[in-house]
Design a binder for this molecule. Structure first.
Ligand code: ADP
Ligand code: ADP
Length: 223
């Protein structure tokens, strides 16, 4: 089955705003899907529901057996949510520490994750010492450190300058090709959605619905 399946999922917030749906969506294992649409069309809501950070008002969300909701999922937010009181190493290792992993394993996995995002030289730095792009790399390393099957990214590069953003796009693509994870990438950039993904799902607002869903035939092999 698919990595993620939404069946007639809706979300109406407590204030009565119908934010989403009904939405039907299946994301295959290892697929890189962009979720594209204007601000307020429900992209973040969809991602939060999939991550298990919020409950749908109706409908069902099914995940592949390996990835129970809330587990085996890495989440990267637009704002780097790094803890200011600990180093890059401490931040990236936090999910493992919370899961009571042995410290030797934490050290090994953190080193590997930092190497993947080219941040090894900044392991002992504090978040305030990092540029915006580096903070995002650290957030990505933290999302990858548990080796999740699914990576959910909510406009991760929106606040970065264009050059940093291009570099991160390329690095993310290289990571995806190497690691083969299922990626759901929320963006309101048409360029970014098409550049990154094999498949673009376009959403329309009030309430958020899927307006288009198309595959992109890449000119070069993507796997
Ligand atoms: P983005 O468009 O970048 O996803 P938003 O500004 O829509 O960000 O949302 C930022 C945060 O504010 C989210 O955590 C969201 O849940 C919350 N939020 C957005 N709109 C409302 C609203 N109308 N009422 C309460 N909270 C909201
Ligand atoms: P997007 O990520 O596409 O910008 P969101 O999922 O953040 O869209 O928001 C979809 C709709 O739901 C918007 O109308 C937003 O104001 C509303 N919304 C988002 N979060 C909340 C919340 N926590 N409480 C109430 N309304 C919200």
């Amino acid at each position: 089955g698919p990595a993620i399946r939404l069946r007639a999922v809706t979300k109406t917030y407590r204030n009565g705003v119908p934010a989403l749906g009904p939405i039907d969506l299946a994301v295959g294992r290892g697929e890189f899907v962009s979720l594209l649409g204007p601000s307020g069309c429900g992209k973040s809501t969809a991602l939060r529901l999939i991550a298990g950070l919020a409950e749908p008002s109706s409908g069902r969300i099914e995940m592949a057996s390996q990835a129970q909701r809330g587990h085996s999922i890495g989440f990267v937010f637009q704002e780097p949510t790094l803890m200011p009181w600990t180093s890059v190493r401490g931040n990236v290792g936090l999910p493992l520490k919370l899961a009571h992993a042995p410290s030797a394993e934490i050290a090994r996995r953190v080193d590997a994750a930092l190497a993947r995002v080219e941040l090894s030289d900044f392991a002992e730095a504090y978040p305030r010492e990092l540029s915006g792009g580096m903070k995002m790399r650290a957030s990505l390393a933290r999302a990858l450190v548990t080796d999740p099957d699914i990576l959910l990214m909510d406009e991760p590069f929106a606040a970065l300058d264009e050059i940093t953003r291009f570099r991160l796009n390329d690095d993310l693509l290289a990571l995806w090709r190497e690691l083969g994870k299922t990626v759901l990438f929320v963006t309101h950039s048409v360029f970014e959605s098409v550049y990154l993904a094999q498949r673009v799902v376009v959403m329309s607002p009030r309430p958020g619905r899927i307006a288009a869903d198309f595959r992109i035939d890449a000119p070069e092999p993507r796997n």
